[in-house]
Ligand binder design. Structure first.
Ligand code: KG4
Ligand code: ZN
Length: 336
């Protein structure tokens, strides 16, 4: 279909976002209301507070999106919405709104998998990009290596067996006193520290497998900090941040490159909040160049949670017949 405009809604965590995307590739508007400042004082996202803020903000964000594009709800061709994975209360707010719009205007409703949405952010950034490609998806809740065979076929080749990469960033940030969200704070502190100051472990698991594990690294950093405190020795937080970040990034880059070579895939994408990380971008760029692989990653605003990526994926679901009905439900642990 040509000139198909999808209104999309994303409320799976702490961003209330509404976008209008044309034919899966062109962003007409991408409004993001971040609740970070509200959750900051609790050190992380409080699910109930997230749901309540989605409820109060979502109608206004929709209005903003329509105003920016000079469109009316009647002008959109379909409604896309994240239905999992995510916080159930938060997901249900977006879903209820999407269903109400779809039902009242008799427009198609399209459920979107949040992780597939993250991957689709690359379609917005690179209009010529087409599957197949390998994607490293690293966010607050996920660390996956996903082979995108076509617009509807996603094969998970590796995943974290414990913590997600973003989860580790957030946890270490908290103990270093940087607060939430941890990724951007550690990224920034690491620039002022020495990545070789402390030899934190690199966990590769079985070399032939593409799974990740970050809980051992997390414990190792916590042990280091605790033992320093016990001995009353000073902690150079920037060095801890830089050394921790290097340990995460080295594993992510090596595993991704090994996976690409293992499956003979010369195209790599990155997706999810952690793919904003400046060291990850730089080291993956260098490694890809050295191996002769093409690398793609979206602008930071499209890496973290946003509705435009959901609108892109919704389009590919729609043209492949994956349309939902009003029984669409929120599924916190929705499998890819
Ligand atoms: O994709 P996202 O917005 O939400 C989820 O689906 O989880 O990812 C959020 C995660 C958080 O853990 C945050 O700390 C991390 O992405 N993050 C970063 C950076 N920016 C955000 N991690 C490392 N470096 C960054 N620059
Ligand atoms: Zn996300």
């Amino acid at each position: 279909e040509v000139n198909m405009k999808i209104l999309s809604i994303e409320t799976s965590c702490d961003e209330t976002s509404v976008a209008i995307v044309e034919d899966g590739r062109k962003i007409l508007t991408n409004r993001i209301y971040s609740q970070i400042d509200i959750h900051k004082k609790y050190g992380g996202v409080v699910p109930e507070i997230a749901s309540r803020n989605h409820i109060t903000k979502l109608p206004y964000i929709i209005e903003d999106a329509l105003e920016e594009t000079q469109m009316r709800l009647e002008d959109v061709d379909a409604i896309g919405v994240t239905n999992g994975p995510g916080l159930i209360g938060a997901l249900l707010v977006g879903l209820s709104e999407a269903k109400a719009i779809a039902y009242s205007l008799d427009k198609p409703l399209i459920g979107v998998h949040h992780i597939e949405g993250h991957i689709a952010a690359n379609f917005l950034q690179y209009p010529e990009l087409e599957p197949p490609f390998l994607t490293l998806v690293v966010s607050g809740g996920h660390s996956h290596l996903v082979l995108v065979e076509d617009y509807q076929t996603f094969k998970v080749l590796g995943r974290t067996i414990d913590d997600a990469a973003g989860e580790a960033f957030d946890k270490i940030s908290r103990v270093l006193g940087f607060g939430y969200p941890g990724g951007p704070a550690i990224d920034c502190a690491a620039k002022k520290g020495d990545p070789e100051a402390i030899a934190f472990p690199r966990v590769f698991l079985d070399k032939k497998e593409y799974n990740f594990s970050f809980s051992g690294l997390k414990s190792s950093v916590l042990n280091y900090i605790n033992s320093k405190k016990m001995k009353n020795e000073p902690i150079v937080v920037n060095d801890v941040a830089a050394s921790f970040q290097m340990a995460v990034v080295e594993v992510l880059v090596k595993k991704t490159i090994a996976c690409a070579k293992g499956i003979h895939m010369n195209k790599i994408c990155m997706a999810g909040g952690v793919s904003c990380n400046s060291l990850l971008r730089q080291m993956m760029t260098d490694a890809a160049k050295e191996e002769g692989l093409s690398l793609y990653y979206p602008d930071p605003i499209l890496c973290t949670d946003n509705a435009a990526m959901i609108g892109s994926m919704a389009y590919y679901n729609f043209i492949n017949g994956a349309v939902s009905d009003l029984s669409l439900n929120g599924i916190p642990g929705l499998k890819i």
